[in-house]
Design a protein around this ligand. Sequence first.
Ligand SMILES: [Zn+2]
Length: 87
Amino acid sequence: MSRYIDADALKKRYREVAFKDGMTEGVVRFLIETNIDSAPSVVPQAKEGEWSLTLNDDYRCTACGLITSSYKANYCPNCGAKMKGAE
Ligand SMILES: [Zn+2]
């Protein structure tokens, strides 16, 4: 099962444990893999937006700025934001 990790926290932890004097490649690999496994998971936040009507009667995604003249889709085809009122 896939999981999301906090890349910044992992980099910080990696800098703390890797490349210390006298470490063999096997020890470094073990530390890296152990720290990846124990890295804190994060829950991605679902992006939300809404279609706003432009002066040219097009629709603009409030999440990413995509302007489209097509119908008001439930999800932005550019950034994937779930649009307000979508089911
Ligand atoms: Zn968008």
